[in-house]
Write a protein that binds this ligand. Structure first.
Ligand SMILES: Cc1cc2nc3c(=O)[nH]c(=O)nc-3n(C[C@H](O)[C@H](O)[C@H](O)COP(=O)(O)O)c2cc1C
Length: 359
């Protein structure tokens, strides 16, 4: 029996298999007007195809908790009811295919206000659809990015509230799993790492202080996110800095704290918070970080990063390195990866009636 096609139950939600789609920004929402930040036809077609392809869980791309929390002006957002209504069409279809709908709640922090990647991705000035980014400290990501404005304690509290409001809306939109984006050098990750957080108040300095904002967000979201529904957290396991950054040891310690605060699964990524670092990418290069959290804590984990091959994915689960695998770019290439993998491994997977002649 294939491990990839065993269901996984977290709280009262059962995910039909372990082939999951990670959040991947599409940068395709309206940047302004009444539909700003709302998913449209592109998002529907994109997520619908992966659901019809048998993906067990789809975590919808980084969705901003406030307009200033977008990476680009074209990001999805969940700060108003128009957006909630537009997401319902997607969650309804995913559920009709047996796919569990998840959403990543995000604030881009000091890397906010950039252009779409395919038009250069450069920071946008306030007179070109951009805005002034914020962060824990006035430290720019690199020489091309602006220096962010340091958040006041009142603004930190306001942002925590925005995450909770976003979670409430995500629930109303039909999502069954919420994931807090603490990775890749965006706001929560900026606070976690001593590389980007030089604060001297209760939100900076010691490990306890640097993790305070993240845990306040987790607590606020957990309060509004129902007890029967799972809450995930995505972390960058390392900044890939030789010194002065967030480390795999920090991640293991943090995983225990997250579990104590009601997180049900750690989505283990890496990097994005320090510029100019060398990242040794290769097949499954981040799996060891997930495996370490799994071995040293009782928190379930998902692995991500250059997992593309059926045998490779199956092995990660069989070797108990992770509880599930996220396939990003591979699912962009092949929306039916799960269905084809099930055929190869002999697993059970949802096939739409309309496609029954293709089995
Ligand atoms: C187009 C694109 C958009 C992405 N957007 C997000 C995002 O919104 N949130 C996030 O946490 N990671 C994002 N990522 C990272 C992916 O979730 C994933 O971690 C990464 O692509 C590595 O997995 P892969 O090798 O299977 O693609 C994005 C990646 C791609 C390719």
């Amino acid at each position: 029996m294939s491990a990839l096609f065993q269901p996984l139950s977290l709280r009262d939600v059962t995910i039909p298999n372990r082939v999951w789609m990670p959040p991947m920004c599409q940068y395709s929402a309206a940047p302004d007007g009444p539909d700003a930040g709302a998913p449209d036809d592109w998002h529907f077609a994109h997520y619908a195809a992966r659901a019809a392809g048998g993906t067990g869980l789809i975590v919808v791309e980084a969705t901003a908790v406030s307009p200033e929390g977008r990476i680009s002006p074209y990001d999805l957002g969940i700060w108003n009811d128009t957006q909630v209504e537009a997401f319902r069409r997607i969650t309804r279809f995913l559920v009709s295919q047996g796919t569990v709908p998840g959403i990543q709640l995000a604030h881009a922090g000091r890397k906010a206000s950039t252009d779409r990647p395919w038009t250069g991705g450069a920071p946008l000035a306030p007179d070109a659809y951009g805005w002034q980014p914020v962060g824990p400290s006035p430290l720019a990501f690199d020489e091309n990015h602006p220096v962010p404005t340091e958040l006041t304690v009142d603004q930190i509290r306001e942002t925590v509230g925005q995450f909770a409001d976003a979670a409430r809306r995500a629930l109303a939109a039909g999502f069954e799993i919420a994931e807090i984006h603490g990775a890749h050098g965006y706001l929560i990750g900026n606070f976690l790492s001593p590389h980007s957080n030089h604060r001297t108040d209760a939100y900076g300095g010691s490990y306890e202080n640097r993790t305070r904002f993240a845990l306040e967000v987790v607590d606020a979201v957990r309060q509004v996110w129902p007890d029967d529904k799972p809450l995930f957290f995505r972390v960058s396991a390392t900044d890939w800095l030789a010194e002065g950054g967030w480390t795999p040891d920090d991640t293991v310690r943090f995983a225990r704290d997250l579990r104590a605060h009601g997180i049900d699964l750690l989505d283990v990524s890496s990097g994005g918070n320090a510029s100019g670092v060398r990242i040794p990418t290769g097949p499954g290069y981040q799996v060891p970080f997930a495996a370490r959290v799994k071995a040293e804590t009782s928190l379930p984990v998902a692995a991500v990063g250059l997992i593309t091959d059926v045998e490779q994915a199956e092995k990660i689960l069989v070797n108990e390195e992770a509880d599930a695998v996220f396939l990003g770019r591979e699912l962009l290439r092949n929306p039916s990866w799960a269905r084809l993998a099930a055929r190869e491994l002999g697993g059970d997977v949802h096939v739409p009636d309309q496609y029954h002649r293709s089995v």
